[in-house]
Design a protein around this ligand. Structure first.
Ligand code: RAM
Length: 330
C-alpha cells in the first residue's frame, strides 16, 4: 500500500471514529417547564438551544405539562427517565411533590438541577435562581410604591399557583420588606395559576372585593398581562396600576395603554442558556458542592452557596421609555 493510501485510509478511519464518538457522546438535556405555551419559558428554551449549539453534541428536550400541575410534571419526568436523558433541568410547580420522581432519576445516573422555581434540596443537585430573591421581593414593592402618589395605598398580589416555589419565595420576601414601605397596605393574595383566564377572573374578583386597591403586584409573566387587561376592561386605567414581573414583548400594550407604569424582569433567554450550561457541567463530571464555581459559557461562572444554590444578575426595569426596544428580544 502506498504511503498516500495509508494516510488516506488512516484519516478515513479517524473521521469514522470521530463521527461515531460524536454520536455516542450526544448529551440529552431535558428542560422541564411549569407549563407549555408560556412565553417566558419559550424564551428560556431559545437560550437552551443557543447553549446546545455552542457546546456541540447536545440535544435539548423541551417539555412540560399543558397546565401548571405537579402531577403533570411527574408524568413528564417519568417519561424522561425511560428515554434515558442525561440531565433534567426543571422549574418546579411544587418543590416537594416532584422529589420522589427526581430522586429516582438521580438513582439512575441522571443529573438533576432546578432553575427558576426550585425543587427541595433532596430532589436536585443544585438550584439556579434568576436573581437574589430578596432583591426581587424588594423591587416588586418599590415598583408598587413608585406607581402611587406619595407611595401610599392598598395593594394586592396576583400570584401563580399556591405551590409555586419562586412566587412563594418572592411573596415571603415582599412581606419581609413591607416595613420599608409604610405607605403600602397589603390586603390580599390571590392565585391565577399562570393561566390567563383564571388570572383575569381573579383580578376581576379582586377589583370587586377590594375597591380601594390601587396597585396589583403580579410576580408572574402570565398573571401580569391578564391583570393589566382586566384593569383596562374594567375601565380602571389611572385608578389601578399593575406591576410585577413580565416580558416586555407581552407587556408593551399594557404600558402604552397606561395600565402599567413600570415592571421588571431578568433575561429569560440567559436563564435557559445558563441552566443548560450547568446541566452539561454536571453530565461532564463537575461536582455540585458548596463553594464550587461552575462555568456557564458566555454568562461566566455560578458560585454555589451552602445550599448548592446560586443566583444570576439583577432584574431590569421597563417602562414606556424602553419597553418597545426590549419587546423585540423577549
Ligand atoms: C411565569 C412563571 C415563571 C416566573 C415568571 C416571572 O412565567 O411563573 O416561573 O419566573 O412568570
Amino acid at each position: 500500500m502506498s504511503s498516500f493510501r495509508t494516510v488516506a485510509l488512516a484519516s478515513a478511519l479517524i473521521a469514522g471514529l470521530m463521527a461515531s464518538t460524536a454520536h455516542a457522546a450526544d448529551v440529552k438535556i431535558a428542560l422541564v417547564v411549569k407549563s407549555l405555551g408560556n412565553g417566558f419559558f419559550d424564551a428560556a428554551h431559545k437560550g437552551a438551544e443557543e447553549a446546545a449549539k455552542e457546546l456541540g453534541g447536545v440535544q435539548i428536550v423541551y417539555t412540560g405539562p399543558t397546565t401548571t400541575t405537579a402531577e403533570g410534571q411527574i408524568e413528564v419526568i417519568n417519561s424522561l427517565i425511560s428515554q434515558k436523558v442525561d440531565a433534567i433541568a426543571v422549574s418546579a410547580n411544587d418543590k416537594d411533590a416532584v422529589v420522589p420522581v427526581l430522586k429516582r432519576a438521580m438513582q439512575r445516573g441522571i443529573k438533576v438541577i432546578s432553575w427558576d422555581s426550585a425543587v427541595a434540596p433532596e430532589g436536585r443537585m443544585l438550584h439556579l435562581n434568576p436573581s437574589s430573591n430578596a432583591l426581587i421581593g424588594n423591587m416588586c414593592l418599590k415598583l408598587a410604591a413608585d406607581a402611587l402618589p406619595g407611595g401610599k395605598g392598598d395593594v394586592a398580589i396576583l400570584s401563580a399557583t399556591v405551590t409555586s416555589t419562586n412566587q412563594n419565595t418572592w411573596i415571603e420576601e415582599m412581606k419581609k420588606a413591607l416595613p420599608k414601605y409604610p405607605g403600602l397596605n397589603l390586603v390580599t393574595t390571590v392565585y391565577g395559576d399562570d393561566l390567563s383566564d383564571k388570572s383575569y377572573r381573579e383580578t376581576q374578583g379582586l377589583l370587586q372585593r377590594f375597591p380601594n386597591v390601587k396597585v396589583i403586584i403580579a410576580p408572574t409573566s402570565v398573571g401580569i398581562v391578564a391583570a393589566a387587561q382586566a384593569v383596562k376592561d374594567a375601565g380602571k386605567i389611572g385608578q389601578v396600576y399593575v406591576t410585577g414581573l413580565g416580558l416586555p414583548s407581552e407587556m408593551a400594550g399594557a404600558v402604552h395603554a397606561g395600565a402599567t407604569k413600570s415592571f421588571a424582569i431578568w433575561n429569560p433567554i440567559d436563564l435557559g442558556y445558563s441552566a443548560t450550561e450547568l446541566a452539561y457541567d454536571l453530565v461532564k463530571g463537575a461536582k455540585a458542592e458548596p463553594g464550587a464555581e461552575l462555568p456557564m459559557g458566555r454568562m461566566g461562572k455560578l458560585k454555589l452557596d451552602a445550599g448548592n444554590e446560586g443566583a444570576m444578575a439583577d432584574p431590569f426595569v421597563y417602562d414606556k421609555t424602553n419597553v418597545d426596544e426590549f419587546a423585540k428580544i423577549f
